[in-house]
Design a binder for this molecule. Structure first.
Ligand SMILES: [Zn+2]
Ligand SMILES: [Zn+2]
Length: 225
């Protein structure tokens, strides 16, 4: 990992911060809120509590990645030269494995006890916007990131470029699934698909749509809505 790696990581984090802020603004703006999947009746979380939670979770995520890269970097990232095909394979395999494991983690978190003490923090959000993508109990945040790193270690170690692409896709999809927007243009088809599926999970069908990126796992295990 060289300076370039950390610069690109910084660019991704900045992009995600801007995207999160913009999508949350879009969901509440006077011109775009008509495209909201569900119009909120009320926001249950005080603004200060939300700001503290997402701020601390953002810091926790960065500290987690810094610690993992420092202590287990060799298990995650390889310095061997790679081809474009290898990068594609590493990215696809790592994300498929992550989402498969996340399906069971998420489904397990719907156990009433875990829901009460951990996952219920996230589900207290009934009408999500993108900023609530990281409105979480810290244990849930660490468990999700731990799974992502485990998937890369099992598939890999992956190349530095694969790590950055996986990191980018994982963080960006998490923001987009919480956008709560159904935008009327074919360019947003995938974004709309993710947002509608996850909105159902926050609203009508709490025990459906556990997977985060791919719909296969819910289809396979009978929890697709
Ligand atoms: Zn859930
Ligand atoms: Zn959610």
């Amino acid at each position: 990992m060289d300076l370039q790696f950390f610069i690109i990581l910084g660019v991704i984090l900045t992009f995600d911060g801007i995207l999160m802020t913009f999508m949350a603004w879009a969901a509440q703006s006077s011109s775009l809120k008509k495209y909201r999947i569900r119009t909120p009746t009320t926001y249950r979380i005080p603004k200060a509590r939300k700001a503290i939670n997402i701020g601390l979770n953002a810091i926790l995520s960065m500290v987690f990645f810094a610690a993992v890269l420092l202590h287990f970097g060799d298990y995650l990232i390889s310095s061997a030269p790679v081809s474009g095909v290898t990068v594609f394979g590493e990215v696809l395999a790592s994300l498929l494995l992550y989402d498969f494991m996340y399906y069971f983690l998420h489904r397990g978190m719907h156990n009433p006890k875990v829901m009460k003490y951990v996952h219920g923090v996230h589900h207290f959000v009934r009408f999500p916007t993108s900023t609530e993508s990281i409105y979480l109990h810290p244990a849930e945040n660490l468990a999700g990131l731990g799974l992502l790193c485990s998937a890369m270690a099992i598939i890999g170690p992956v190349s530095a470029i694969s790590f950055l692409i996986i990191f980018f896709i994982h963080s960006t999809v998490n923001i987009l699934v919480h956008s709560n927007l159904n935008l009327p243009h074919p360019a947003f088809k995938l974004l709309n698909f993710w947002a509608i599926k996850h909105d159902l999970h926050h609203g009508k069908h709490l025990n459906r749509n556990y997977a985060s990126i791919f719909p296969f796992w819910d289809l396979m295990f009978g929890t697709y809505a």
